[in-house]
Design a binder for this molecule. Sequence first.
Ligand SMILES: [Zn+2]
Ligand SMILES: [Zn+2]
Length: 166
Amino acid sequence: MKIALSALLLLLLGDFVATFLYHVPEHVFGRFHTIVHHSPRRSFVCYAWLNRQPTALVFGFFGFFSYFLWVPLLWPLSAKGVLLGLCLAELHVIWRHQFSASYSTPAWMQRLCRLLCITTPERHWLHHQNANLAYGDIFTFYAVPAQHWLKLLRKLKKKLHYRLLA
Ligand SMILES: [Zn+2]
Ligand SMILES: [Zn+2]
């Protein structure tokens, strides 16, 4: 029970931080997530190496850090659960980026994911196509609040821009 709870908490809290403190702000104020992660290659390491931009690595690391941040906190609850959560998060990263034309999630799995509010590769592809849509790396219920957060941060950016010009 403790194993499942700490794995679930790691995924829930990790996705929360990744979505609201990294992913959405990156789409408004940043640039590396859009030019690296939303490109066909997606590798921050390749990008940093080829373009001699080591700072890109820092931004790549933030995504991972959103999940890793919870390790010390959840470790006392269940170390096995934390490791399980990290493995599941990594497996989900690999799975949700199955963008080849030949891939399609089986119908039963689509139903299960809808029931459990889990992002499928098809849904994540929507986000890669249009950065205004389908937020929530793992959980789809972060999408609606993320959309509001996106709008709010865009307004803030505009305000800051005008203030700087005035
Ligand atoms: Zn992605
Ligand atoms: Zn994105």
